[in-house]
Design a binder for this molecule. Structure first.
Ligand SMILES: [Zn+2]
Length: 431
């Protein structure tokens, strides 16, 4: 798959790549939503009006020239006036996404703004969120109320009884903000279904940002034997699959696989997860990192898990919409739902926020043969296993269980399988 390059790729091609992700990710309907990019000449490239988002091609993208003239085979999106209004008041914004993603629309129709203090990276990626009062779609009034919010310096706005509009330094940055904000909204809704979300203080979030990553020293000579390259391909495939399946978002998620001894390969920091390529993955050998690359912030934790647990050969640290309901509420997930869940997961304890920071022991003391996964409050879920596909399957089972429990919450109380039934499972499958 081609990498999104916002510096060299034509705006038309960037837009096609991102609209496809947004549509497949269930973040827009065929007719709703629009994307634009402003280039260095001040020309704005924007999606057309009333053309199927599922089959859009580069040749369908419209150009609104700096002088206001319009070029293209179709009419530009009827919402393009508010895109122009944003570019006019905030010259550093270079891409805009507008859509009606379901969870953010939920907030917009109850007239609330999602509180991103629930997850550190949501707060940092989204920044402060504005709120624009209702105005007629396509009208100059709508452009005015949105521009008023962007003038305050925000990069994301909830549109009353409508949806959301998000800006950024380029289309990758904008998409990441859009996706993260919708994810945060879904997490809050799912969390509220099973309990009450807990919010972090600004100080706790700062603490997360300021934790000094213990950056490993760089190795001098690097070699890439075939078995090392094979692991790169495994990691790339599983990260893309996780993104496609809604088990990882652009702004958060780490995958690592043990190579030999305590050496391993791990995903980098600051690369949009859905866009990770073979060369982005970082080799960690003899406690040193591949030169010129910054591995995930959680590298220390992965390293220690491999060092202390010879049976663990792969680790996934991620955020998924239903497991995060348990993470942000601190509610304990009961995996005695169906036999598959208990056999795969046995028990998933909640760990306090901060227990994943470098130097902390709590998670390391908890992960074992019988406890392959933990939920980190207000942060993520960590799953370990032998082969990477098996670890991914374990993550899927955990997320499905969390989804069933969340959806079941409105039907009645969970009646778990009983101790005797659990004992039978243990005898048949785990001994
Ligand atoms: Zn709209």
């Amino acid at each position: 798959m081609r990498k999104l390059n916002t510096k060299w790729m034509h705006p038309r091609d960037q837009i096609i790549m991102i609209i496809d992700k947004i549509y497949k990710g269930g973040l827009t309907t065929t007719s709703g939503g629009n994307i634009s990019v402003i280039d260095d000449d001040g020309d704005v490239w924007v999606t057309p009006s009333a053309i199927d988002k599922g089959t859009l091609r580069a040749s369908d993208i419209i150009c609104v020239r700096k002088d206001g003239s319009i070029e293209g085979r179709h009419k530009p999106s009827s919402e393009y006036p508010f895109h122009i209004a944003i570019y006019n008041c905030r010259p550093e914004i270079k891409a805009v996404i507008h859509a009606h993603p379901p969870a953010l629309v939920s907030f917009s129709i109850v007239r609330k703004i999602p509180d991103t203090n629930v997850l550190p990276q949501a707060k940092n990626v989204c920044g402060p969120i504005g709120y624009a009062p209702y105005a007629l779609p396509g009208s100059n009034d709508l452009g005015d109320v949105i521009a008023e919010e962007f003038k305050k310096g925000v990069n994301a706005v909830i549109m009353e009884n409508h949806g959301t509009v998000v800006g950024g330094s380029d289309l990758s940055d904008t998409y990441q903000r859009f996706e993260t904000m919708e994810f945060c909204a879904r997490t809050l809704i799912n969390g509220s279904t099973i309990g009450n979300p807990n919010y972090l203080t600004d100080e706790q979030i700062e603490q997360f940002e300021n934790q000094i990553p213990r950056l490993l020293p760089e190795m001098k000579d690097v070699s890439y034997p075939s078995d090392e390259r094979e692991i790169r391909e495994q990691i790339r495939k599983i990260v893309h699959r996780a993104c496609d399946q809604g088990l990882m978002i652009s702004s958060y998620g780490t995958v690592s696989v043990r190579w030999k001894g305590d050496d391993f390969l791990i995903t980098p920091t600051n690369v949009a997860r859905w866009d990770i390529q073979l060369k982005d993955i970082v080799q960690i050998k003899d406690g040193k990192r591949e030169p010129g690359k910054i591995p995930s912030r959680s590298t220390w934790l992965h390293q220690e898990i491999y060092r202390r647990n010879p049976h663990v050969n792969s680790i996934i640290l991620t955020q998924t919409p239903y497991l995060m309901a348990y993470s942000v509420t601190g509610e304990k997930i009961d995996v005695r739902t169906i036999p598959e869940s208990w056999i795969f997961l046995q028990d998933i304890p909640n760990m306090p926020f901060g227990s994943h920071f470098a130097g902390e022991e709590a998670i390391l003391e908890t992960i074992s043969d019988n406890t392959p996964a933990v939920i980190i409050n207000n942060d993520s879920v960590l799953v370990t296993g032998d082969k990477l596909l098996g670890t991914f399957d374990r993550l899927e089972v955990a997320e499905f269980s969390a989804k069933s429990l969340t959806m079941g919450a409105s039907l009645g109380k969970l009646i778990p399988i009983n101790d005797e039934q659990v004992e039978d499972l243990r005898k048949k499958f785990l001994t």
